[in-house]
Design a protein around this ligand. Structure first.
Ligand code: FAD
Length: 319
């Protein structure tokens, strides 16, 4: 079922779960065991993130340099197929522009259509670790809005279906996109970022998932500004429970967000006591989640980042 249909037919908020594909070397069984605890909550779907291939240059004996592909994670499509086979639930692969040509993306879409996957989250992706700023791949998309447009005009499965006299579907894929209540780090201001978000919706995105935030007011204000800018699609809030004291500095740096003073002071007071920090982070997320549901959020998206204990507890308490 498409997320747009799930959102349209849901009468109450549901949990949406995002996982990161395993590193090379992890087995399928280990991956499936790591997400099995979520199945108790009958999730409507599981999102699987996508990670760009990185390259490294190695010096050869003759002094020349050769380029080598460094692929650290199993692909999102493979992970989606494994989850669907084992748990018989919908999966949503993330598709990124970064490091990919338009043709390669079309080939990914062929593979997804083949598997019967008709939900996608379309993103630009980030720069390579060796780059300061995002550089589009030659022959690739520069912005997520272009990718959304590309997915909407995807003709692969339709060409096949037309040739066989079968019914075609120009909106085969339901498309989600990302948004940043505290502004994307490259945008000059929130208003411009929201105008760029609208480009993604105008290009055909069906719904939005936000970056994580730790103060719900930030989300409520953002939704209000999006509505004022003419964005009418559902905006799903994204949450991540803090689980270590180190994340207080890592998350703002990695995701360009603020952590409220009340939360940082509580964590500071508990520093050294790992279990207490974990409990504070989990409880904060429970409170955020309850408040979002009470305010009519359509769903709550959780960045699980390979952890299940805290997420399971939050799901138990909130849904
Ligand atoms: P865009 O919407 O293209 O925006 C990028 C920047 O360009 C913004 O500053 C925007 O304001 C600006 N911009 C957009 N259009 C224009 C235009 N036409 N002209 C000028 N400026 C413009 N990353 C991964 O690598 N893999 C994942 O699986 C992944 N999943 C994510 C899931 C969610 C829900 C979110 C919120 C983020 C995710 N990310 C993921 C991170 C994302 O790829 C990065 O944040 C990236 O830097 C921006 O992606 P975007 O799709 O929002 O980009």
């Amino acid at each position: 079922m498409k997320v747009s249909e799930i959102l349209a037919s849901s009468t109450k908020a549901y949990p949406s779960l995002e996982i990161v594909p395993p590193l090379r070397g992890m087995t399928k069984t280990e991956l499936l065991e790591s997400i099995a605890p979520f199945m108790e909550f009958s999730p409507k779907y599981i999102n699987v993130t996508s990670h760009r291939d990185e390259y490294e240059y190695r010096e050869e004996a003759d002094g020349s340099f050769s380029r080598h592909l460094v692929r650290n994670r199993i692909s999102e499509t493979t992970v989606c197929a494994a989850i669907m086979e084992r748990f018989d639930i919908e999966t949503i692969p993330h598709i990124i522009c970064a490091g990919t040509t338009k043709e390669e993306i079309e080939s990914k879409l062929d593979n997804l259509a083949f598997l019967g996957i008709n939900n996608i989250v379309a993103l630009r992706g980030d720069s390579m670790s060796s780059e300061k700023r995002f550089t589009p791949t030659p022959g690739g998309y520069s912005y997520a809005s272009e990718l959304v447009q590309g997915i909407r005009s995807y003709q692969g499965s339709n060409t096949y279906r037309r040739e066989r006299g079968l019914e075609t579907d120009d909106r085969f894929f339901c498309i989600g996109v990302g948004a940043y209540p505290e502004k994307h780090f490259e945008a000059p201001n929130l208003e411009t970022d929201i105008a760029n978000l609208k480009r993604k919706v105008d290009a055909g995105a069906d719904y939005i998932i936000t970056q994580m935030f730790f103060d719900n007011k930030v989300y409520y204000d953002f939704v209000e500004k999006c509505r004022a800018a003419g964005i009418t699609v559902p905006i799903i809030p994204g949450l991540k429970p803090l689980s270590t004291a180190r994340q207080v500095s890592v998350l703002p740096e990695s995701f360009s967000l603020d952590i409220p003073l009340e939360l940082t002071s509580e964590i500071e007071k508990a520093a050294g006591d790992k279990a207490k920090v974990y409990e504070i982070g989990t409880q904060w997320c429970i409170n955020q989640c309850r408040d979002l549901i009470a305010h009519g959020a359509p769903a709550v998206h959780f960045y699980t980042m390979g952890k299940s204990d805290n997420i399971v507890r939050i799901l138990k308490e909130c849904f």
